[in-house]
Design a protein around this ligand. Structure first.
Ligand code: MG
Length: 475
């Protein structure tokens, strides 16, 4: 009996040791598979040609260049719209803004007297990631509604620090009319002319926000949020207010760039990118964090030297030419993202499905998404499912890209005095791989491609449920 008892104790001991080893194994493999963190750095009105790595000859962006070198540089990456509000709605919902009502035929963006914002019924990327345990922060420009119910903290973000709309809004009284105001030298343009509020969560903590220091303060907020939340998966959405006009920089960057004030601003943004990358590396998070850099729309060209450059792309912000919506798209995660230049199509709307897939958050099934999972391209440079881009201006389709080809049904300049509209019953057609500047109409030669694009439009329109216009109503 004694021998049998000892044997039983030994067997039980072996069983317990083996169980505890298994549980250690499970723990460590769970740790290895812990979902990655996401940091999206979103510039405002930065053009395709404004970064060193995208060919700018004098603006120095060593940190973004490094991200592109170590990660992926996408050359056919699109914003969801050509102006701020709909573009931001598109990124955060993974849906064309015409579906959420964040595009309008009456107003292009939200203003400080707008009544509405992103509807609560929309599911944001932050809400998606919260479902699977992420901590979430929005830092910077929001522009999806400034009233409390529309602020980031009511759209899935645990934390908000930023200006809720564009930095040129809330102009104080007594200044020249809007377009005249900008004719004066940059030295006369002061941050106190723009009475924009700075929020922490739902409280205004500074008004007017000091825009001279805002870019570096945003980057520092991102750094401190990352440090505080390093033990759980996190999503940081860092949406700079700049380089949207008015251009302001902190003293450290004033007059330092070869490209004047606009270059100074970009170099300050790039410096913040460097701080974020360094923090991720110092904290041991770099290999488990995906950092994305892009912009909400193209350069605001009427502002001339105070606006950016779309490089070889045609036109800029506010238009459905390539310069209005094609943006730098840089993905960085050392050891995970397969480095290289990617010419496949991608969109800011695709971050929704891509991050959801990587984080293990199931996609909503009660609505149409316009979001494609880019992870096969990111991790293996394999094809993803995005084959087309639909270019809306407000609630109308102006153009469609299918593969290499883009058809324009309507063309129009950017804004008001620049905005002559031309409808083309016979669409213009460009091969964007051969002709990225959209110079040579080849519609006559390719009726079969126009037919395919027309079919795409017919199918898209047949399934379209338009959201109720959230931009039109103002106080
Ligand atoms: Mg913008």
């Amino acid at each position: 009996m004694q021998t049998q008892g000892k044997l039983l104790v030994v067997i039980l001991g072996i069983f317990l040791i083996s169980c505890s080893e298994k549980s250690a194994e499970t723990k460590s493999s769970t740790k290895e598979k812990s979902p990655p963190n996401f940091v999206v750095i979103f510039a405002d009105d930065l053009g395709y040609g404004d970064l060193g790595t995208y060919g700018h000859p004098t603006i120095k962006t060593p940190n973004l260049d490094r991200m592109a070198q170590e990660g992926q540089k996408w050359t056919n990456f699109y914003a969801g719209a050509s102006v701020c509000t709909p573009s931001r709605a598109a990124l955060l919902t993974g849906r064309l803004p015409v579906r959420s009502g964040m595009a309008s035929s009456k107003q292009r963006v939200l203003f400080p007297d707008s009544k509405n914002g992103l509807p609560a019924s929309e599911i944001t990327l932050a809400e998606q990631l919260k479902k699977v345990g992420y901590s979430t922060a929005a830092i910077g420009k929001w522009h999806l509604g400034h009233k409390e119910q529309y602020l980031p903290t009511n759209h899935g973000f645990d934390y908000y620090f930023g200006i809720p709309y564009s930095n040129d809004m809330d102009m104080v009284s007594g200044l020249a009319p809007y377009w005249e105001y900008w004719q004066q030298p940059n030295d006369s343009i002061k941050t106190e002319h723009f009475n924009v509020p700075l929020f922490r969560n739902t409280e205004i903590i500074e008004r007017p926000a000091n825009q001279n220091t805002i870019t570096t303060r945003y980057s520092n907020e991102a750094v401190s949020y990352i440090k505080k939340n390093k033990d759980s998966p996190f999503f940081v959405y860092l949406a700079h207010n700049l380089p949207h006009i008015p251009l302001f920089v902190s003293d450290e960057f004033k007059g330092t760039s070869e490209r004047g004030l606009y270059g100074d601003v970009l170099e300050e943004i790039d410096n913040g990118v460097g701080k974020i990358l360094k923090t991720l590396e110092d904290e041991g998070l770099a290999e488990n964090t995906i950092v994305v850099f892009t912009s909400d729309n193209g350069p605001w060209l009427p502002f001339k030297l105070n606006g950016g450059s779309a490089g070889l792309l045609r036109a800029g912000k506010g238009t459905t030419w390539e310069g209005g919506m094609r943006e730098p798209g840089i993905f960085w995660a050392p050891g995970q993202i397969k480095p290289g230049v990617v010419t496949a199509l991608g969109s800011t709307m695709d971050l929704f499905a891509t991050f959801s897939k990587i984080a293990g958050a199931s996609l909503p099934e009660d609505r149409i998404l316009d979001s494609h999972d880019l992870s096969p391209t990111l991790f293996a440079q394999e094809a993803n499912t995005r084959k087309s881009v639909v270019y809306y201006r407000g609630t109308e389709i102006y153009a469609v890209r299918l593969g290499d080809y883009k058809a324009h049904f309507i063309i129009q300049g950017a804004y008001g005095q620049f905005g002559k509209r031309e409808e083309h019953k016979k669409p213009l057609l460009y091969n964007l791989s051969h002709d990225p500047s959209e110079q040579f109409d080849i519609a006559e030669k390719h009726p079969e491609i126009l037919k395919q694009i027309q079919e795409l439009v017919t199918n898209h329109s047949a399934n379209l449920v338009r959201g109720e216009d959230q931009l039109a109503d103002r106080e």
